[in-house]
Design a protein around this ligand. Structure first.
Ligand code: HPA
Length: 249
Protein backbone atom coordinates (compact mmCIF):
# COMPACT_ATOMS: atom_id res chain seq x y z
CA UNK A 1 0.00 0.00 0.00
CA UNK A 2 1.02 3.58 -0.67
CA UNK A 3 1.54 6.06 2.16
CA UNK A 4 1.69 9.81 1.72
CA UNK A 5 3.51 11.88 4.32
CA UNK A 6 2.26 15.43 4.03
CA UNK A 7 4.46 18.30 5.12
CA UNK A 8 3.87 22.01 5.60
CA UNK A 9 0.83 23.09 3.62
CA UNK A 10 -0.45 19.53 3.36
CA UNK A 11 -1.81 18.62 6.78
CA UNK A 12 -4.92 17.16 5.16
CA UNK A 13 -5.50 15.64 1.77
CA UNK A 14 -8.49 17.22 0.05
CA UNK A 15 -10.54 14.68 -1.87
CA UNK A 16 -9.47 11.76 0.31
CA UNK A 17 -12.51 9.62 1.14
CA UNK A 18 -11.63 8.61 4.67
CA UNK A 19 -12.55 5.09 5.76
CA UNK A 20 -10.89 5.07 9.18
CA UNK A 21 -8.36 6.77 11.40
CA UNK A 22 -6.03 4.71 13.50
CA UNK A 23 -3.86 5.75 16.40
CA UNK A 24 -0.83 3.44 16.21
CA UNK A 25 1.41 3.07 19.24
CA UNK A 26 5.02 2.13 18.51
CA UNK A 27 8.04 1.08 20.62
CA UNK A 28 9.38 4.55 19.77
CA UNK A 29 6.40 6.52 21.02
CA UNK A 30 3.51 8.10 19.23
CA UNK A 31 3.53 9.17 15.57
CA UNK A 32 2.68 12.76 14.65
CA UNK A 33 -1.00 11.85 14.57
CA UNK A 34 -3.51 9.18 13.69
CA UNK A 35 -2.94 7.41 10.38
CA UNK A 36 -5.76 8.28 7.99
CA UNK A 37 -6.85 5.42 5.74
CA UNK A 38 -8.98 6.13 2.72
CA UNK A 39 -9.30 6.26 -1.02
CA UNK A 40 -8.06 8.85 -3.47
CA UNK A 41 -10.39 8.60 -6.45
CA UNK A 42 -11.01 4.95 -5.65
CA UNK A 43 -7.41 3.99 -4.85
CA UNK A 44 -6.43 3.03 -1.30
CA UNK A 45 -3.78 5.10 0.46
CA UNK A 46 -2.80 6.03 3.99
CA UNK A 47 -2.02 9.61 4.90
CA UNK A 48 0.07 10.99 7.75
CA UNK A 49 0.55 14.68 8.54
CA UNK A 50 4.21 14.97 9.51
CA UNK A 51 3.72 18.06 11.65
CA UNK A 52 0.41 16.86 13.14
CA UNK A 53 -3.11 17.74 12.00
CA UNK A 54 -2.88 21.24 13.40
CA UNK A 55 0.69 21.75 12.15
CA UNK A 56 2.00 22.05 15.71
CA UNK A 57 5.12 19.82 15.67
CA UNK A 58 8.29 21.63 14.53
CA UNK A 59 10.72 19.76 12.24
CA UNK A 60 13.29 18.96 14.95
CA UNK A 61 10.61 17.49 17.26
CA UNK A 62 8.87 15.24 14.75
CA UNK A 63 8.99 11.61 15.95
CA UNK A 64 10.34 10.28 12.65
CA UNK A 65 10.98 6.82 14.06
CA UNK A 66 7.40 6.42 15.26
CA UNK A 67 6.00 7.77 11.98
CA UNK A 68 7.85 5.33 9.75
CA UNK A 69 7.42 2.44 12.17
CA UNK A 70 3.65 2.98 12.32
CA UNK A 71 3.36 2.99 8.52
CA UNK A 72 5.48 -0.13 8.22
CA UNK A 73 3.40 -1.87 10.90
CA UNK A 74 0.27 -1.13 8.85
CA UNK A 75 1.66 -3.00 5.83
CA UNK A 76 2.72 0.09 3.91
CA UNK A 77 5.29 -0.78 1.23
CA UNK A 78 5.77 2.54 -0.58
CA UNK A 79 6.06 6.05 0.81
CA UNK A 80 5.98 9.38 -0.94
CA UNK A 81 7.01 12.30 1.20
CA UNK A 82 5.96 15.85 0.37
CA UNK A 83 8.57 18.39 1.39
CA UNK A 84 8.55 22.16 1.08
CA UNK A 85 12.03 23.54 0.49
CA UNK A 86 13.96 26.66 -0.33
CA UNK A 87 15.52 26.72 -3.79
CA UNK A 88 19.32 26.99 -3.96
CA UNK A 89 20.05 25.86 -7.53
CA UNK A 90 19.35 28.69 -10.00
CA UNK A 91 16.88 26.43 -11.85
CA UNK A 92 14.92 25.58 -8.74
CA UNK A 93 12.83 28.72 -8.59
CA UNK A 94 9.82 29.06 -6.29
CA UNK A 95 6.81 27.35 -7.82
CA UNK A 96 8.82 24.44 -9.20
CA UNK A 97 8.76 20.81 -8.06
CA UNK A 98 11.66 18.34 -7.92
CA UNK A 99 12.34 14.68 -7.19
CA UNK A 100 15.66 14.78 -5.32
CA UNK A 101 18.10 11.91 -5.75
CA UNK A 102 20.69 12.74 -3.09
CA UNK A 103 20.85 14.07 0.46
CA UNK A 104 23.33 15.90 2.64
CA UNK A 105 22.32 15.84 6.29
CA UNK A 106 23.15 18.91 8.41
CA UNK A 107 20.58 18.14 11.10
CA UNK A 108 21.66 17.03 14.57
CA UNK A 109 20.29 15.57 17.77
CA UNK A 110 17.57 13.56 16.03
CA UNK A 111 16.96 9.84 16.47
CA UNK A 112 18.36 8.53 13.19
CA UNK A 113 18.22 4.75 13.53
CA UNK A 114 16.28 1.79 14.88
CA UNK A 115 19.56 0.14 15.83
CA UNK A 116 19.82 0.18 19.61
CA UNK A 117 21.30 -1.92 22.36
CA UNK A 118 19.47 -5.18 22.56
CA UNK A 119 17.57 -5.17 19.28
CA UNK A 120 20.15 -6.89 17.13
CA UNK A 121 23.05 -9.31 17.65
CA UNK A 122 25.37 -7.64 15.21
CA UNK A 123 26.24 -4.06 14.41
CA UNK A 124 24.97 -3.37 10.90
CA UNK A 125 25.55 -0.40 8.66
CA UNK A 126 22.69 0.52 6.34
CA UNK A 127 23.81 1.22 2.78
CA UNK A 128 22.74 4.77 1.90
CA UNK A 129 24.68 5.44 -1.33
CA UNK A 130 21.40 6.19 -3.10
CA UNK A 131 19.13 7.38 -0.31
CA UNK A 132 15.86 7.24 -2.24
CA UNK A 133 14.13 4.21 -3.76
CA UNK A 134 14.55 4.45 -7.52
CA UNK A 135 11.28 2.65 -8.24
CA UNK A 136 9.41 5.24 -6.18
CA UNK A 137 11.30 8.13 -7.79
CA UNK A 138 10.25 6.83 -11.20
CA UNK A 139 6.63 6.64 -10.06
CA UNK A 140 6.81 10.22 -8.82
CA UNK A 141 8.28 11.38 -12.11
CA UNK A 142 5.71 9.48 -14.18
CA UNK A 143 2.92 11.17 -12.24
CA UNK A 144 4.58 14.59 -12.49
CA UNK A 145 4.94 14.21 -16.26
CA UNK A 146 1.31 13.15 -16.60
CA UNK A 147 0.28 16.20 -14.58
CA UNK A 148 2.20 18.40 -17.01
CA UNK A 149 4.68 19.60 -14.38
CA UNK A 150 8.02 21.09 -15.41
CA UNK A 151 9.98 19.47 -12.58
CA UNK A 152 13.66 18.83 -11.81
CA UNK A 153 14.43 15.12 -12.20
CA UNK A 154 17.05 15.03 -9.46
CA UNK A 155 18.91 17.24 -7.06
CA UNK A 156 20.66 17.25 -3.72
CA UNK A 157 18.42 17.87 -0.70
CA UNK A 158 20.27 19.55 2.16
CA UNK A 159 18.53 18.87 5.47
CA UNK A 160 19.01 21.53 8.14
CA UNK A 161 17.96 21.44 11.76
CA UNK A 162 15.54 24.37 11.79
CA UNK A 163 13.18 25.64 12.86
CA UNK A 164 14.99 28.87 12.06
CA UNK A 165 15.84 29.61 8.46
CA UNK A 166 19.46 29.82 7.30
CA UNK A 167 21.94 32.66 7.03
CA UNK A 168 23.15 33.73 3.62
CA UNK A 169 26.58 32.29 4.44
CA UNK A 170 25.08 28.95 5.38
CA UNK A 171 23.28 28.78 2.05
CA UNK A 172 26.51 29.77 0.25
CA UNK A 173 28.26 26.91 1.99
CA UNK A 174 25.48 24.49 1.14
CA UNK A 175 25.67 25.58 -2.51
CA UNK A 176 29.43 24.92 -2.47
CA UNK A 177 28.71 21.50 -0.97
CA UNK A 178 26.44 20.79 -3.93
CA UNK A 179 23.01 21.26 -2.36
CA UNK A 180 20.23 22.24 -4.76
CA UNK A 181 17.55 22.75 -2.14
CA UNK A 182 17.23 23.20 1.61
CA UNK A 183 14.57 21.71 3.86
CA UNK A 184 14.16 20.61 7.46
CA UNK A 185 12.48 17.21 7.42
CA UNK A 186 14.14 15.02 4.78
CA UNK A 187 16.30 13.40 7.44
CA UNK A 188 16.19 11.09 9.28
CA UNK A 189 12.95 10.20 7.47
CA UNK A 190 14.77 8.83 4.42
CA UNK A 191 17.28 6.67 6.30
CA UNK A 192 14.68 5.27 8.70
CA UNK A 193 12.52 4.31 5.72
CA UNK A 194 15.51 2.56 4.22
CA UNK A 195 16.23 0.65 7.44
CA UNK A 196 12.65 -0.62 7.37
CA UNK A 197 12.89 -1.61 3.70
CA UNK A 198 10.24 0.88 2.63
CA UNK A 199 10.39 2.13 -0.96
CA UNK A 200 10.60 5.85 -0.19
CA UNK A 201 10.99 8.98 -2.33
CA UNK A 202 10.23 12.67 -1.93
CA UNK A 203 8.59 15.35 -4.01
CA UNK A 204 10.13 18.68 -3.08
CA UNK A 205 8.24 21.93 -3.64
CA UNK A 206 10.33 25.09 -3.86
CA UNK A 207 8.26 27.64 -1.96
CA UNK A 208 10.93 30.35 -1.67
CA UNK A 209 14.43 31.23 -2.78
CA UNK A 210 16.85 30.16 -0.05
CA UNK A 211 18.40 32.92 2.09
CA UNK A 212 20.49 35.35 0.08
CA UNK A 213 19.25 34.13 -3.32
CA UNK A 214 16.72 35.55 -5.78
CA UNK A 215 14.21 37.77 -4.00
CA UNK A 216 15.47 36.55 -0.60
CA UNK A 217 18.59 38.75 -0.49
CA UNK A 218 17.32 40.79 2.50
CA UNK A 219 14.86 38.40 4.12
CA UNK A 220 12.55 35.49 3.36
CA UNK A 221 9.00 36.70 2.94
CA UNK A 222 6.81 34.38 5.05
CA UNK A 223 3.55 35.76 3.63
CA UNK A 224 4.67 35.02 0.07
CA UNK A 225 5.55 31.46 1.12
CA UNK A 226 2.04 30.86 2.49
CA UNK A 227 0.37 31.86 -0.77
CA UNK A 228 2.74 29.88 -2.93
CA UNK A 229 2.48 26.83 -0.71
CA UNK A 230 -1.32 26.77 -1.01
CA UNK A 231 -1.12 27.00 -4.80
CA UNK A 232 1.59 24.36 -5.05
CA UNK A 233 -0.15 21.89 -2.77
CA UNK A 234 -3.17 21.90 -5.10
CA UNK A 235 -0.86 20.84 -7.90
CA UNK A 236 0.80 18.25 -5.64
CA UNK A 237 -2.61 16.79 -4.86
CA UNK A 238 -3.18 16.26 -8.58
CA UNK A 239 0.19 14.47 -8.80
CA UNK A 240 -0.71 12.31 -5.80
CA UNK A 241 -4.00 11.23 -7.36
CA UNK A 242 -2.02 10.07 -10.39
CA UNK A 243 0.42 8.26 -8.12
CA UNK A 244 -2.39 6.51 -6.26
CA UNK A 245 -3.59 5.04 -9.57
CA UNK A 246 -0.35 3.06 -9.94
CA UNK A 247 -0.25 -0.38 -8.37
CA UNK A 248 1.39 -0.89 -4.95
CA UNK A 249 1.79 -4.35 -3.51
N1 HPA B 1 15.05 26.72 4.39
C1 HPA B 1 14.78 25.58 5.08
N2 HPA B 1 13.63 24.95 4.98
C2 HPA B 1 12.69 25.45 4.17
C3 HPA B 1 12.91 26.62 3.43
C4 HPA B 1 14.15 27.29 3.55
O1 HPA B 1 14.41 28.33 2.93
N3 HPA B 1 11.78 26.86 2.72
C5 HPA B 1 10.91 25.84 3.03
N4 HPA B 1 11.47 24.99 3.89
Amino acid sequence: MLAIIGGSGLTQLPGLHISRREVVRTPYGMPSGALTFGELEGHPIVFLARHGHGHTIPPHLVNYRANLWALHAQKVTHVVSIATVGGIHPDFHPGRLAVPDQIIDYSHGRETTYAEYGNSDQVTHQDFTWPYCDEMRQRCMTALKEAGEDFLAGGVYGCVQGPRLETRAEIERMARDGCDMVGMTGMPEACLAKELGLCYAAIAASVNWAAGRGDSTQAIDAAAIEGRMAEMMQRVRDVLVRMARLNYI
